[in-house]
Design a protein around this ligand. Structure first.
Ligand SMILES: Nc1ncnc2c1ncn2[C@@H]1O[C@H](COP(=O)(O)OP(=O)(O)O)[C@@H](O)[C@H]1O
Ligand SMILES: [Mg+2]
Length: 409
């Protein structure tokens, strides 16, 4: 059997959403991940389960060889990656891959800007889009000047979230720093990869994201959501999110940026507002994001549109969607709640009572849950057992450390 699409990075929630979206439309989908037990591989729509590893390194040269084998084996014409490390790998080798398969990735010049926060900001500033006040730190010696200019608390983050190469490559998330010691530690985490650090003012307002499917000067779909809670609590994965009407300001800024960059395919432009409501650009994600299911449930089937665009088929025009729909990632929300309790008193963290009440009250709202779909129940079963397994493992290692610590005293 020949497959229409090969969906990579099956450990990611957006990969499961993609398998389901394409499968429901009657397309033949193969999916690849690093373990047999991944939720996306359990979907009824997954026609072929492909496994790579150990080691589970989806950014390595060996992985690239495997992808080539899979392309031959499945006959898939379209390849859909979502992991930043895999995307970096595919970009490096796209000239050899593209004659055989279509990559669901924007063209190289636009992509090179979109994956890099510093370059995105330079581009945005030219268009009059507000960006956070920030200093660029190249070594720890630049830190005192940055502390003086931006002050504390602040946010430290790398310009690209996927750092290093091969075995050493890691994803580095933004870190909230409250003291000079914390700032130094966070800066060292990034500069050891010889990457510049963005040292930014801390914004405390609403987090919004505007998504598009854009091709050849035409906007085929627009969608907006806001993230109520995230994991980690500073920002990252949205664990509670809602579809909203496209805000006038962020909608206008985001669309101007995508058009000016000529960023084809799917993209999500993230903003955070300050306490007064002014939105500041965070970054562009030029790939499907973990939260994309809230758009699919609201009526904008981005994975399918992305497939249409990448495969060269005519793209359906989407007009409008349902606003007010809620979605939750329960495993992430549990972890975020525990983190908030541990980080009480830090900027942006609610009081413990409020944290627990908010978590509990969310069960009373009509809500979609990531992984859960009655027409395709197995991925949720896998996700739940995986969550329980990793939680017990983590608890076990914490307890072991505590016991060993006591024994050493
Ligand atoms: N300067 C900042 N102030 C407040 N929150 C921030 C700041 N920078 C990042 N965040 C939060 O962290 C999230 C992740 O940051 P982002 O720049 O998108 O990096 P990543 O590549 O890790 O997604 C943002 O969506 C936002 O919620
Ligand atoms: Mg982000």
């Amino acid at each position: 059997m020949r497959f229409d699409a090969l969906v990579l990075n099956a450990s990611l929630r957006q990969s499961l959403v993609t398998v389901r979206s394409l499968g429901r439309r009657g397309l033949r989908v193969a999916a690849a991940g690093t373990e047999r037990t991944l939720p996306a591989l359990a979907s009824r729509w997954c026609g072929r389960r492909l496994v790579f590893g150990p080691p589970p390194d989806e950014a390595s040269g060996d992985y690239l060889d495997k992808i080539r084998e899979w392309i031959d084996e499945t006959g898939a014409r379209t390849l859909i990656p979502s992991h930043d490390g895999t995307i970096a790998l595919l970009r490096e080798h796209r000239s050899q891959l593209e004659p055989r398969v279509r990559l669901a990735l924007a063209n190289e010049p636009a992509l090179a800007v979109a994956v890099n926060k510093q370059r995105t900001q330079v581009w945005a500033k030219r268009l009059g889009i507000p960006v956070p006040r920030e200093a660029v730190v190249r070594t720890v010696d630049d830190l005192p000047a940055a502390l003086k200019e931006i002050g504390l608390p602040a946010v430290v983050k790398p310009s690209e979230s996927w750092l290093g190469t091969g075995q050493e490559a890691v994803r580095v998330a933004p870190v909230l720093v409250v003291t000079a010691t914390e700032a130094r530690r966070a800066v060292e985490q990034v500069t050891r990869f010889e990457e510049p650090v963005l040292f930014q003012q801390l914004l405390s307002g609403r987090r919004e994201a505007v998504s598009f499917l854009y091709s050849n000067g035409q906007m085929y779909a627009r969608f907006a959501q806001w993230a109520v809670r995230t994991h980690p609590p500073l920002g990252g994965n949205s664990v509670l999110r809602q579809s909203i009407a496209i805000p006038r300001d962020t909608g206008r800024h985001a669309e101007a940026l995508v058009r000016d960059l000529d960023l084809e395919g799917y993209s999500e432009v993230e903003f955070r507002r300050d306490a007064d409501g002014t939105p500041y650009l965070m970054e562009i994600n030029p790939r499907l994001s973990a939260s994309v299911e809230v758009a699919v449930r609201a009526g904008v089937d981005f994975p399918y549109l992305l497939y249409q665009w990448a495969s060269g088929a005519p793209i359906e025009q989407q007009n409008g969607y349902r606003i007010g729909g809620w979605m939750r990632y329960l495993g992430g929300d549990i972890e975020a709640t525990v983190d908030c309790l541990q980080q009480r008193g830090r900027p942006g963290i609610s009081r413990p009572v409020k944290t627990i009440v908010d978590f509990g009250v969310t069960f009373l709202k009509p809500m979609g849950y990531d992984y859960f779909d009655w027409r395709d129940p197995l991925p949720a079963v896998r996700a739940t057992s995986g969550f329980i397994r990793t939680t017990f493992k983590r608890l076990g290692s914490r307890m072991r450390k505590a016991v060993l610590g006591k024994a050493a005293l």
